[in-house]
Structures are given as C-alpha cells and as structure tokens.
Design a protein around this ligand. Structure first.
Ligand SMILES: Cc1cc2nc3c(=O)[nH]c(=O)nc-3n(C[C@H](O)[C@H](O)[C@H](O)COP(=O)(O)OP(=O)(O)OC[C@H]3O[C@@H](n4cnc5c(N)ncnc54)[C@H](O)[C@@H]3O)c2cc1C
Length: 391
C-alpha cells in the first residue's frame, strides 16, 4: 500500500473532462502570458488563483478532507500537460502536495482534520523544507535542531532552496530532535511549521530557469512550535516521513520531464516545417529528421515509463524502482529534447523571443530535484539487484 492517496478509481469520463478543461485553460490563460512572467521572474498570482479554483492544491488529497483524490495516473497527466507549456507553475502545487501527503500519510487524526482541508482548498499553501546549505543529497547530515521545551519545541537552523518559501505560509520542516542518534535517521523528526516569530525568509534565490516560483532560504532563530505540530507526535520518524512521499514525488518530477520533452518536440516539429533552407523546410533534411525521430521516441518512452510507474502506484504496489526509472529517464529526455530543440531553432533557439529557450533553462532542474540523477541510477541499480538476487 502506498498510503491514503492511492488506489482510487476515477471515472475516465471525469478525467477527460478535467484534462480538457486544463488544456483550454493552458491555451487561453497560460500560454499567452508565460514568456512575460518568466522573463520578469514574477509570481503568477492570477494563475495560482486559477489553479486553486481547479482544486489542484488538493489534487492528491483524499476527498474526505476536501481534496480531489486523484489517482497518480491522472495527476501525472495533468502535470505533463501543464509542464509542456510552463513547468515552473507545477512546482507551486507539487511541493505543496508533498506537505499534504506527509500529513495525510503520517499525521495524527487531529493533524489531518486541522491541516488537510485548508491545504486542499489552497487557503494555506506551502512546501517541503529538507535541504540545508550543507546537506542536500546527504539528508541525514542536516544540522537544524528542535529541542523540547514544555508543550513546545524550539527550532534553530537554516534551510535553503525551499520552493514556495516566500509565498507559502506553512512547511514540512525536517529537523534533528536527537543530533547524536546513530544511525542518524533515528534522530530526525518532521514538523508542520507555519510562519511566525523566529521564522525568517531570505530573498528569492536567482536561478537559471524555473522562474516565477520562489525558491528561498529560511532562517529559524528560536522559532517555537507547539508539540502537536510534530507529524505523528512521535520523535525519530522524520526521515521516513520526509522520504515517504518520494515515489509520488518522483512520478511528479518524471511527469514534469515528460511535459518538457513533449513541449520541446511540439515546438521543434512546428518550427522545422516552417523554416526553410536550401529551398525546402528543414524538416525535410535528414539531419533534422534524425533529431526529430529521436526526440519523438524519447518523449514517448518517457511518457510510458511515467504512466507505468503511476499505474503501479495506483494499484498500491511498491514502485520505487519504476518511479526512479521514470524520473531518471524522463528528466534526461527533457534535457536532451530541449537541447536538440534549441539547435533545430538555430539562432532563434538562442533568442528570448522563442519559447524553446525557457524549456532549455527549465529542464536541468528535473535532473536535480527529488534525488539527483547521479543518485537515481545507483538507487535503481541497488533495487534492481535486490529484486534479482541469485539464490
Ligand atoms: C530550483 C530548486 C528547487 C528546490 N526545491 C527544494 C524544496 O522545495 N525543498 C527542499 O528541501 N529542497 C529543494 N531543492 C534542493 C534539492 O533537493 C537539492 O539541491 C538536491 O537534493 C541536491 O542537493 P545539493 O544541491 O546539496 O547537492 P549535493 O548533495 O551537494 O550534490 C552535489 C553533486 O554530487 C553528487 N553526489 C552527492 N552525493 C553523491 C554520492 N554519494 N555518489 C555520487 N554522487 C553524489 C550529486 O548528484 C550532485 O551531482 C531545490 C533545488 C533547486 C535547484
């Protein structure tokens, strides 16, 4: 079993209706403005409100808490579609849903009742705060501490690169409640941390791509949080809780990669039939056909791997290997297709007038988030060997 947001049936007709609505919204309200928002690195308030109205902030939250309760396959299809136009805005609800997932999967009944309806409606928006200046991949190396003091905990330390850090108001915060514990994960706990005294947010980090969504540093200086904000109300479970959403998280990053790979393919297919050299469209030159052939194959393979992992998740099966493969392959497909797409566009690929340059800048994030692709291949190999033991 994968947790509360899985094994859900969703009527195919309802899925089609939802996806068609998303498609119309993307063409009418998002595509015409994406370039401007991205180049200005401006928070897209109107788009966030529209996503809230669609229910995307509760996409994977159970209906009993006011969410849409979507299966991972439908959720992945939504993320693919949006990412083919503008990947960055999927981060605004995806990171938020990781917070909701941690509460729904590991929270006490009271925590679920208190937080999930507000998260599902988008009244409270937030994200997942794990990374620190000195600890990203090696998550057990974090230094942030939470010390019990009566009915509350006092938290000190710094997080960085936190998505929605400025615009969000509550975060799942990974800390050490026992910094000396061995193994290190036994001393880790996950808190629900709403903004308040002692919780300061630094400036928006400047990035290559993934613009408009805010990534920020957070400084906690004697930040006091009530003890009932400890997810599950038992210390020492934070590492498992923080990584417990990784399967869905990886399916989500894979879906973002698929969107970019397909978006780059669509832009390039169009451009190659319009741009002429030597008296014919460049699509008729073999060198360009080789690129398009590879791009189309990569995009399709990425889509199938991602939907395969999502379907396994929806069946309640363990799918860490499948989600890892999908994340790795689809993010590399995003990087390769956006690079090849840029080359197909010639000089115009290098111009800020054309959309392909944004996809080229956005793609690398998918190779970093939810486990870097360096780690991903090692994780895939370890799981593969485990499932194929010589007896
Ligand atoms: C735009 C953006 C948004 C982000 N949003 C969030 C967020 O919302 N919340 C959050 O908590 N974090 C967030 N992150 C942080 C992200 O999760 C980390 O950057 C990521 O986990 C990698 O950590 P690191 O940057 O510290 O790299 P490091 O861990 O320092 O790794 C550096 C390099 O070494 C490689 N490496 C590390 N260890 C090994 C090993 N054992 N074997 C082989 N290679 C290794 C890595 O693959 C990488 O290539 C975000 C990052 C970005 C760029």
């Amino acid at each position: 079993m994968n947790g509360p947001s899985t094994i859900r049936n969703f009527d195919p007709a309802d899925e089609e209706l939802l996806l068609n609505t998303i498609d119309r919204w993307l063409e009418k309200d998002v595509r015409p403005v994406v370039k401007q928002y991205d180049h200005e690195d401006r928070w897209p308030a109107e788009i966030v409100e529209q996503m809230r109205q669609f229910g995307l902030f509760g996409a994977t939250v159970s209906p009993e808490y006011g969410g849409l309760g979507l299966p991972a396959t439908t959720y992945a299809r939504i993320v693919m579609r949006i990412s083919s136009v503008w990947m960055a805005i999927t981060g605004i609800f995806n990171s938020h849903l990781m917070l909701a997932l941690a509460i729904e999967k590991f929270g006490t009944p009271a925590q679920k009742q208190t937080w999930l309806p507000k998260l599902a409606s988008g009244e409270i928006r937030g994200g997942l705060a794990l990374t620190e200046p000195d600890a990203g991949t090696d998550l057990q190396g974090i230094r942030m501490t939470a010390r019990r003091d009566g009915d509350s905990y006092v938290i000190n330390g710094t997080k960085t690169w936190i998505s929605n850090g400025i615009e969000g108001s509550a975060f799942a915060l990974l800390v050490k409640t026992d910094p000396h514990a061995q193994p290190r994960y036994n001393g880790m706990s996950l808190f629900i941390a709403p903004k308040g005294p002692g919780f300061a947010v630094g400036k928006k980090l400047e990035k290559l791509g993934y613009k408009s969504i805010d990534s920020a540093e957070m400084v906690f200086d004697n930040y006091r949080v009530p003890a009932d904000h400890l997810i599950g109300e038992v210390e020492g479970r934070g590492f498992k809780q923080a990584t417990g959403g990784l399967e869905l998280g990886r399916i989500n990053v894979a879906a973002r990669g698929v969107g970019i790979a397909e978006g780059a393919l669509a832009l390039s297919t169009q451009y190659a039939q319009i741009r002429k050299t030597f008296g014919k469209p460049i699509a008729e030159h073999q060198a360009i056909q080789l690129k398009l052939g590879e791009m189309a194959t990569r995009a399709r393979a990425a889509r199938l791997l991602t939907l395969d992992a999502a379907a396994a998740f929806d069946r309640g099966e363990r799918c860490d290997l499948e989600a890892g493969m999908a994340k790795y392959f689809a993010s590399e497909a995003a990087l390769e297709n956006s690079t090849e797409g840029l080359r197909i566009h010639g000089a115009y690929g290098y111009s800020k007038e054309y959309d392909i340059e944004r996809l080229y800048r956005d793609a690398p994030l998918t190779c970093i988030g939810e486990g870097t692709n360096e780690m991903q291949r090692m994780i895939i190999a370890k799981q593969w060997i485990k499932r194929n033991q010589v007896t």
